[in-house]
Design a protein around this ligand. Structure first.
Ligand SMILES: [Mg+2]
Length: 252
C-alpha cells in the first residue's frame, strides 16, 4: 500500500477521523493500519491528550495519548517552557486549567504575565472585558487556534477559539497575539522533535486547505486533503486506504 513508505502519518481530527460524535468512514481502519505511526494533529483546545484519548477509545478509535498533539495543551507546554514561573490567566476548559496547574504554572486572573485564550465554555461579556483589561495591562496573549468553529456533538457547528478571539480583536483592533495551532508550525514541530527524519518520510492528512494544507506546506511535509471541498483529492479515509473507488458521502 502506498502509505507504507511513510514513517509517520500526521492526521487532522475533526472532519477526518471524527465529526462531532460520528466516526468518519475509514477512520477505524486508518487507526488499525497505521498503529503508532499515526499522529493526530488537532487545533482542539478543549481537551488534554489524556481526556481525548478516553473519548476516542469510547468511539472505537484507540490512540495512545502520546500520539495526540492538541493546540490547547501544546499552548500550555509552550508557555511553561518559555517561563516556568509565569502567571497565566486561562480562559478555557477545566481540563486545560488543570493541565496548566499540573505543568507548574501559576493560574491566576490577577496581574498575569500571559493570557491564554482557548475554547472557553464560560466566555461572557464579563470575561471579554477581563481579557481586554489583562492584555491592556501588558499580558502577552497566546491563543490555541484561530478556527471560528468546529463540529459539535450533534453536527451543528460550535464556536471555537477564533470566534472568541474575534470579539477581543473587535475591542482591541491592534491586538498582537501568538497562535499555536495550525497552520502555524508548533504542532508539527512536536512530532518532528520526537521523530527525527527526512521530511519526505512524513505525510499530513487533513480536510482544510487553510490550516492542514498550509501548515504542512510551510513546514515542508507533503499532504493530502480529504472531504467535500474542491481542493480535496479524496472524499474519505476509505478512499485514501484504497478500500473503495467510490466517493463516500461525507455529509451523510
Ligand atoms: Mg479538520
Amino acid at each position: 500500500m502506498w502509505l507504507d513508505r511513510y514513517k509517520a502519518i500526521l492526521c487532522d481530527l475533526d472532519g477526518c477521523l471524527i465529526s462531532g460524535r460520528r466516526v468518519m468512514p475509514g477512520a477505524g481502519e486508518l487507526v488499525a493500519y497505521a498503529g503508532s505511526r499515526l499522529w493526530i494533529l488537532s487545533n482542539n483546545s478543549t481537551h488534554t491528550s489524556a481526556s481525548l484519548a478516553i473519548e476516542l477509545d469510547r468511539m472505537g478509535l484507540p490512540i495512545h495519548p502520546s500520539r495526540l498533539i492538541l493546540a490547547g495543551a501544546t499552548a500550555v507546554d509552550l508557555i511553561a517552557r518559555e517561563n516556568a514561573a509565569a502567571r497565566v490567566a486561562i480562559h478555557g476548559t477545566a481540563d486545560i486549567v488543570n493541565y496548566a496547574a499540573a505543568a507548574g504554572l501559576t493560574v491566576s486572573d490577577r496581574q498575569p504575565d500571559v493570557v491564554l485564550l482557548t475554547r472557553d465554555p464560560g466566555f461572557s461579556y464579563a470575561r471579554l472585558n477581563l481579557i481586554i483589561r489583562q492584555v491592556e495591562q501588558g499580558a502577552r496573549l497566546v491563543v490555541s487556534n484561530t478556527d471560528a468553529t468546529h463540529p459539535g456533538a450533534d453536527g451543528y457547528p460550535v464556536a471555537e477559539t477564533g470566534a472568541l478571539l474575534s470579539a477581543v480583536k473587535a475591542s482591541l483592533p491592534d491586538l498582537d497575539f501568538l497562535c499555536v495551532g495550525k497552520p502555524n508550525s508548533y504542532l508539527y514541530e512536536r512530532v518532528l522533535s520526537q521523530l527525527p527524519g527526512r521530511l519526505d518520510e512524513f505525510l499530513a492528512i487533513g480536510d482544510s486547505a487553510e490550516t492542514d494544507g498550509k501548515g504542512a506546506e510551510e513546514i515542508g511535509i507533503s499532504h493530502i486533503l480529504i472531504g467535500a471541498s474542491e481542493a480535496a483529492r479524496y472524499t474519505s479515509l476509505r478512499q485514501v486506504l484504497g478500500m473503495t473507488q467510490e466517493q463516500d458521502d461525507v455529509h451523510a
